[in-house]
Design a protein around this ligand. Structure first.
Ligand code: SF4
Length: 483
């Protein structure tokens, strides 16, 4: 994805991704299996990775900052024994990049060790955290995920039936949680169904993952998605389902950005193949914003499928206009604007032979701040393009996300205060066309079960008092200490 100036895993700037989770129950070689699953989910987070396993007696864990291959360098799986486990890849949407925040979190409750892995963003974490801190609780991390641990340990929940369901019911916002004790794994999805979570069968055991590409990678067969509001428990008696929350009155609110950008094209999320949906977006874009041109080029990688769709629908041949450098590092360590702009040139090379003297349609998945899009247009012209027409396979992003996608504030979003003509002028394109909101939901027969708040500001949950800052739960260093 090429959304501006927010780096990503695919070698260009993007809305930052949140996290990915993977779990298995009743399998051999748990550590190696989860390693493969996390490897397939690496695009969902590159700041840190971890695995916790259970052997019926205890919980074992390995966590670290960096890519999956870096954290598990040496592949010493004897450190992760057992027949069940959960794993996590992290991009921080709350909490800074430090080892304490890397998941799975492993905590010792009065009834033993628990491990927790979370994908999403809890909009009421600040209130719950303050409540527990004022009652004397100590938090080890600055992530929103840790509030679930405190709920689980709270006698109000611990001493009563359906403890996990009761605790989950207190949470608001987006979450897919994998929980684990020494002999049991659990998978839960918030009642809106913001993030995807799929169940697979793996030999005589089970697997759960944020995306089906991870199930495929470890050799599991897709069974079904975890339903919104559902808790699925895997133990020695099999797989058991219960519900901790009613569906919201307005219906589910799955994140449409999974389709636009985040999920891998070979995954099926929310019941649809991602590549197939993106090709449809490209076709629809060609119908909504036709133009006379000589070539269609994609901004790789997440623009590839939509560019193919635009080419198929328009009859304009698809060409390679950009070549991605796969070896550019994790550029989120370059937060300054000048660094971000220069990273565009590092990540993508242009192919003048495909562009010289041509009228070019360039298809990208989104525009966030606008600087990266502008630089790309400049580079196409420098390579000899006669005209550059930009086509975006989603509507203008005008509002921040509070559910786990690290979009900037409205004032930093270029479409937050500019109309399409103004954005077109800013990025110096000959024309600019965004996919309409209606077009975005055509493959699903309507917007009914999706969140599209970043496009229209219609948030599915109460967001009053939510700051959106990912360090909102960090301790204020100015705070006066009474000793
Ligand atoms: S606001 Fe946008 S990015 Fe956030 S959950 Fe909703 S659709 Fe996804």
């Amino acid at each position: 994805m090429n959304s501006d100036n927010l780096p990503d895993t695919t070698g260009h700037d993007a809305p930052k991704e949140f996290c990915g989770v993977c779990g298995v129950y009743g399998v051999e070689n748990v550590g190696a299996t989860l390693y493969q699953g996390l490897f397939a989910l690496q695009h969902r987070g590159q700041e840190g990775a971890g695995i916790a396993t259970g052997d019926g007696r205890s919980v074992h864990s390995v966590r670290g900052l960096g890519l999956v291959s870096e954290v598990f360098q040496g592949n010493d799986w004897s450190r992760l024994p057992g027949h069940l486990g959960i794993g996590h890849v992290r991009y921080s949407t709350t909490g800074s990049s430090r080892i304490q925040n890397v998941q799975p979190l492993v905590v010792e409750c009065v009834d033993g060790l628990w491990a927790v892995a979370h994908n999403g963003n809890l909009v009421n974490a600040g209130r719950l955290r303050k409540m527990y801190q004022e009652a004397g609780a100590i938090f080890q991390t600055s992530t929103d995920s840790e509030v679930l641990v405190h709920l689980l340990a709270d006698p109000m929940y611990r001493m009563r039936p359906r403890r996990v369901c009761r605790a989950l019911a207190e949470l608001d916002g987006s979450f897919c949680f994998l929980l684990m004790t020494r002999n049991c794994m659990m998978a839960a999805r918030d009642r809106y169904g913001f993030r995807p979570l799929s169940i697979g069968r793996l030999g005589n055991g089970y697997a759960v993952a944020s995306e089906t590409c991870a199930l495929e990678q470890i050799g599991a067969t897709f069974v079904r998605d975890v339903e919104p509001g559902e808790l699925v428990v895997f133990d020695e008696t099999g797989m058991h389902s219960s519900f901790f929350a009613e569906p919201p009155a307005r219906g589910a609110a799955s994140c449409i950005f999974e389709m636009i950008y985040f999920a891998r094209p070979d995954s099926c999320v929310f019941g649809q193949n991602v590549h197939g949906v993106r090709v449809q977006y490209g076709r629809q874009l060609a119908q909504e914003h036709p133009i006379e041109a000589d070539v269609v080029v994609a901004v790789p990688d997440s623009g590839n499928s939509a560019a193919l769709g635009y080419s198929l629908e328009s009859g304009i041949p698809l060409e390679f206009g950009f070549i991605r450098n796969h070896y550019v590092g994790r550029t989120f360590i370059m937060p300054q604007q000048k660094d971000r702009v220069s990273s565009v040139d590092l990540k993508l090379a242009v192919l003048p032979v495909s562009l010289r003297g041509k009228r070019v349609v360039v298809v990208d998945d989104s525009i966030v701040r606008g600087n990266t899009a502008r630089r790309r247009v400049q580079r196409l012209r420098e390579a000899g393009a006669k005209e550059v027409h930009v086509r975006i396979s989603c509507p203008p992003i005008k509002h921040p996300c509070f559910y786990g996608i690290d979009f900037p504030t409205s004032s930093e979003l270029i479409a937050g205060d500019m109309n399409v003509a103004e954005v077109c002028r800013f990025i110096e394109a000959d024309s600019l066309g965004y996919l309409s909101l209606e077009g975005l939901f055509l493959p699903f027969g309507g917007a009914g079960r999706f969140c599209c708040a970043c496009f229209n500001g219609d948030y599915p949950t109460d967001i009053s008092g939510v700051t959106g800052s990912k360090v909102a739960l960090e301790t204020n260093p100015e705070l006066k200490l009474d000793l």
